[in-house]
Design a protein around this ligand. Structure first.
Ligand code: PNS
Length: 163
């Protein structure tokens, strides 16, 4: 049976940290689905469709990785795509509490779905989408932190917002 993992997130925007984690994860599963939550509550910088496109472009060389979006409960989505594992990253101890709460809630909802946590490369252990948005908005360089298509998209979106 094919082992399918789902790597859910907001990915607003995708960073090298996310990609590092996906690259590690995809080596351990037959198929990895990076799944972007369609969340009406948050006010994202990029629309879901834009985030899907940016992420698809960033992973296009990886043939066992797909990018999709989902809404509703993650466990229901995972069941629909026949994933047996939820993949998430832990950058630092500060991530742990949030991740553990989500993992325990997901386990309560779907005991057969296993959470697997990987550590990103230490060079990305401080990188978050929120900080990337903030630094880029204030004119700092994020070229080492996100893929080139995201650098371009950030410049365009932040330029639009300024004008
Ligand atoms: O990148 P993020 O914002 O930390 O990702 C959070 C995400 C998308 C993994 C989480 O919000 C999620 O799984 N939402 C789906 C709704 C859900 O299933 N909630 C209950 C279980 S915690």
């Amino acid at each position: 049976m094919k082992r399918i993992a789902v790597y859910p997130g907001t990915f607003d925007p995708v960073t090298h940290g996310h990609l590092d984690l996906a690259d590690r994860g995809r080596r351990h599963f037959d198929h990895l689905v990076m799944a972007i939550l369609r969340n009406e509550d948050k006010e994202p910088l990029f629309t879901v469709q834009e985030r899907v496109e940016l992420l698809r472009e960033a992973v296009k060389g990886w043939d066992n990785v797909d990018v999709e979006s989902f809404d509703g409960l993650l466990v229901d989505y995972a069941r629909r795509i026949k994933a047996s594992v939820i993949l998430r990253g832990i950058r630092a101890l500060s991530d742990f509490e949030y991740e553990m709460q989500m993992a325990m809630m997901n386990r309560r909802l779907e005991p057969d779905l296993e959470a697997v946590f990987l550590l990103p490369s230490e060079e990305y252990s401080f990188v978050s989408s929120r900080l990337v948005r903030e630094v880029a908005a204030l004119g700092g360089s994020v070229e080492d932190l996100v893929p080139p298509n995201v650098v371009t998209a950030l410049a365009k979106r932040l330029g639009e917002r300024r004008s």
